[in-house]
Design a protein around this ligand. Structure first.
Ligand code: ADP
Ligand code: MG
Length: 596
């Protein structure tokens, strides 16, 4: 039983200023959120040049200058009012939002917690007009200015000190603002951006296409180790289209800071989407590494709700399972390029970058709606047929006609690398990594088809084990058997290995068993084992592969090359390292400065 509040206030409509401040709390929790809203407004107004000027991490000042369509004089006062928007007028519009903004509350919210001056000029106006809330009363005065809009926001949270206290250091706030600019600049390579902080230019990108813009923003390392991807499923009303770049495992990072996902042109950080991509990388990436990617998903806006979160960073799909599966599938297929289908012109990075990367249809302006809605059918038809004719990504231009794309073995280098010759030049293989990948894929497939060949040991291998290992072996008997391992307890501190997968017969049985047990111990619950099974297989594969340092005969080397060609993902080993590289004749010629 709770005691009633001492004096209950009557229900009252909240004053507009207060409503705006409450909304502001959700929409603009920090300076970077202001930057985001203002940038989106500039893009919605078709700006092609946008300058962002920050002072003191944006807290002192955020000025955004665009060359967009401008705001007519008669709309200026409204622009600062709540729920005033030129972008939607009905519920149907709301369900088909194609502009970035639509709530009509950003400017009002910002104006409720900061000094805002809005200067704008449309193409047919002889000069600009300005409105400002700095003096308390808003009035519209003539101003000088070119076509477009400047929004100048000063002294953010001046009247809400509680929120101001939550802000981090100037540098941190600046960092968040810069990240927002990067996200938007990646979505719109056709727009020039410049960013300055405390008077110094910190970033500047000229209008270009996505291949270049992403190289500028995500760096050369990503540009060199990425796959261009484009995948379409379904028809125009229910279709899904995923396109962009996925970084090779070699471009993975220690933090998830190079992951950019856009839904209908809008940056999102959504659990479902992140999970789908992550799952696709599971086989080629170590658990503690984060893949890099830059992906856009287009779908009919009626099938996705972007209105769930005030800052619109999360979305809700009508059929989230289908979306998850589609993305998982598209990214998995991209990563599963076989060694045999890679084009073989330079290094593995170049081989896997689609030649179409520069021409990828990337930019979605607010005027073009998303998949199946306003975009012309002809446009998509072309992508559709191009795409069904071949699965994404395989660089079609360089179809491999030779039967053995990885060529024939020449020699072994320091018992670590295998050297081979193919039509394009020299192939170098990391023998251990390549073999590990083959063993892993073979075991995975065999287990999937419940036909993993098992080798019984004539003399069981026994070893000393602690109580937890013995317990683990007993508890996970079934799992061990699925993995082809028969490990039983002989005494409270002795385990015996009676069988192991035939593919691993050359492995050192005891250390294999110890590694698997310790991994099982770590995983703990039985439910998790299924999820982590591929990780277990990777551990096992490592034991079964040719160790660096073993000398192979030429016949064995050729057999390895042929197996690599047959194995999916043979060009990335389980730990995400490449397994082979191509050095073309052109590469070699340039090393020796031939023909220059
Ligand atoms: P929303 O973007 O949700 O419509 P805002 O509060 O962000 O709401 O903006 C209100 C209105 O002001 C917009 O609908 C648009 O008409 C106008 N506006 C805001 N910023 C700009 C700009 N940079 N250029 C042209 N018009 C703008
Ligand atoms: Mg807006």
């Amino acid at each position: 039983m709770s005691t009633p509040p001492p004096s209950r206030r009557p229900i009252q409509a909240l004053p507009d200023q207060l409503i705006s401040q409450i909304a502001a709390g959700e929409v603009i929790e920090r300076p970077s959120a202001v930057v985001k809203e203002l940038l989106e407004n500039a893009l919605d107004a078709s700006a092609t040049h946008i300058a962002i000027r920050l002072e003191e991490g944006g807290v002192k000042r955020i000025a955004i200058i665009d060359n967009g369509s401008g705001i007519p004089k008669e709309d200026l006062a409204l622009a600062l009012q709540r729920h005033a928007t030129s972008k939607i007028a009905s519920l149907t519009d709301l369900e088909n939002v194609s502009t970035l903004g639509f709530r009509g509350e950003a400017l009002a919210s910002i104006a409720s917690v900061a000094h805002v001056t809005l200067t704008s000029r449309t193409a047919d106006a002889p000069h600009a007009w300005e409105i400002s809330n700095v003096t308390g009363k808003t009035q519209i005065v003539p101003a000088s200015g070119t076509i477009g809009t400047t929004v100048d926001v000063q002294d953010l949270y001046l009247n809400t000190p509680a929120r101001r206290k939550f802000l981090k250091s100037e540098q941190t706030e600046y960092g968040h603002c810069a990240e927002v600019v990067r996200r938007i600049a990646l979505a719109r390579p056709d727009v020039s951006f410049s960013l300055s902080h405390n008077g110094k230019t910190t970033m500047q990108w000229h209008a270009t296409e996505i291949a270049m813009r992403s190289e500028h923003i995500l760096g050369e390392d990503f540009a060199k180790a990425r796959l261009a991807l484009e995948h379409i499923a379904g028809d125009e009303t229910n279709g899904l289209r995923l396109y962009g770049y996925v970084g090779l495992p070699t471009a993975a990072r220690a933090r998830g800071d190079a992951q950019y996902f856009y839904v209908n042109g809008r940056f999102v950080r959504d659990k479902l989407l992140t999970h789908a991509v992550r799952a696709a990388y599971q086989d080629v990436l170590h658990g503690d590494r984060y893949p890099s990617y830059l992906l856009q998903l287009d779908l009919n806006p009626a099938l996705v709700d972007v209105n769930v979160h005030p800052s619109k960073i999360e979305v809700r799909f009508r059929d989230s399972r289908a979306v998850h599966q589609f993305i998982f599938h598209a990214v998995s297929r991209a990563l599963a390029q076989t060694a045999g289908t890679s084009s073989t012109s330079h290094t593995p990075s170049a081989t896997t970058t689609s030649p179409r990367s520069g021409t990828m249809p990337w930019i979605r302006t607010p005027q073009q709606a998303s998949f199946g809605v306003a975009q012309t059918t002809a446009d998509y038809g072309a992508i559709f047929s191009a795409n069904t004719a071949r699965t994404p990504l395989q660089p079609a231009a360089e179809a491999q006609t030779d039967e053995h794309p990885l060529g024939f073995a020449l020699a072994q280098l320091h018992d670590i690398y295998l050297l081979a010759q193919n039509a394009h030049g020299l192939v170098m293989v990391d023998m251990h990594a390549a073999h590990e990948r083959i063993v892993y894929e073979q075991m995975k497939q065999a287990i999937g088809e419940s036909r993993l060949p098992v080798q019984e040991l004539l003399i069981p291998v026994t070893f000393y084990a602690d109580a937890i290992d013995v317990g683990t072996a007993q508890e996970h008997q079934d799992t061990l058997r699925t993995l082809g391992l028969d490990i039983t307890a002989l005494s409270p501190d002795t385990l015996a290995i009676r069988a192991l997968p035939a593919m691993l017969r050359q492995a050192e049985a005891e250390s294999l068993a110890r590694d698997v047990l310790s991994e099982l111990r770590e995983i703990g619950s039985t439910q998790l084992i299924e999820e982590r099974r591929n990780a277990l297989l990777a551990t096992m594969a490592c034991h079964g592969s040719v160790r660096a340092g073993r000398t192979l005969t030429i016949a064995e080397m050729n057999a390895l090359l042929r197996q690599m060609e047959k194995t999916e993902r043979a060009d990335q080993c389980n730990h995400g390292r490449p397994t082979w590289v191509q050095i073309s004749m052109t590469d070699l010629d340039s090393l020796f400065m031939r023909g220059q």
